[in-house]
Design a protein around this ligand. Structure first.
Ligand code: NAP
Length: 237
């Protein structure tokens, strides 16, 4: 698989899954723009991989617009967009404010919408991959009702985006539990309970999500459109 001269934008690429995806595309010949928001110190390490880094809060329309303008003025096109950036804010329902809830929707859902909206007309024979979550399908975690709603809605957004153009394949990846900082402070009792639900009996790696992302973006997936792929080791509800 090679992505020579392909222009790839990965949102939320300073760490975790997005970072791995950015590095893997770059290692396969792509010209990668890694979007980040707060973690400049981590993002700048990507310069060593010859990856271009760009700071933008994807929930702010003006910043998204400026990011796409920057990419188009420098690279003229986008071939592959990976909407990966996401946040969670797990807590009991009594502690969730409307502002907290809206923030999760704004980043996970509206952010993906904005980046897609400003990018899609520059994608010709390319692909959009949205990183949702099994939480968007199973939705059985009361602590993350906002996150789960955002991911369900992202799956819906993805389906609608797949009707946008015959030149853009749009697919969704739903990771299950993946080892990243997003869940590094997880209660050990809860973690063991979750591990028992996973057939492979372990959390996944960023690489295992990235592998599927590269497949979906490649010609190997030329007839895959509007698919939802779980990468969860066989997680039961
Ligand atoms: P992570 O390690 O916490 O990384 C999240 C990334 O999103 C960071 O690079 C962060 O950038 C970026 N980000 C957050 N808010 C942003 C904003 N407003 N604008 C631009 N970038 C923003 O998370 P992860 O575990 O790799 O998760 C990546 C994606 O996979 C998310 O969509 C997540 O929901 C999904 N997912 C993760 C798991 C899991 O178990 N880890 C499971 C299912 C789905 P800065 O730090 O620079 O702000």
């Amino acid at each position: 698989m090679n992505f020579d001269n392909k222009i790839v934008l990965v949102t939320g690429a300073s760490k975790g899954i997005g970072r791995q995806i950015a590095i893997d595309f770059a290692n396969k010949g792509a010209i990668v723009i890694a979007n980040y928001n707060k973690s400049y110190n981590l993002a700048k390490e990507l310069l060593e991989y010859n990856i271009d880094i760009y700071k933008a809060d994807i929930s702010i329309e003006e910043e998204v617009k400026n990011m796409i303008d920057y990419i188009i003025s420098k690279y003229k096109k986008i071939d592959i967009l990976v909407n990966n950036a996401g946040i969670c804010n797990d807590t009991i329902i009594e502690n969730k404010t409307k502002e907290d809830f809206m923030k999760v929707l704004e980043v996970n859902l509206v952010g993906a919408f904005l980046v897609s909206k400003y990018s899609y007309k520059y994608i010709n024979n390319g692909s959009i991959i949205n990183i949702a979550s099994t939480n968007g399908i199973d939705t059985n975690y009361i602590y993350s009702i906002d996150y789960d709603a955002s991911k369900s809605a992202l799956i819906s957004l993805s389906a609608n985006l797949s009707n946008l153009s015959s030149k853009i394949r749009v697919n969704t990846i739903c990771p299950g539990w993946i080892d990243t900082t997003m869940n590094s402070d997880m209660d050990i009792e809860f973690k063991n309970k979750e591990l028992n639900k996973i057939m492979l009996n372990r959390f996944g790696t960023c690489k295992e999500v990235s592998n599927v992302c590269l497949f979906l973006a490649s010609p190997l997936a030329s007839y895959v459109n509007n698919a939802i792929i779980r990468v969860d080791g066989g997680k039961k509800n």
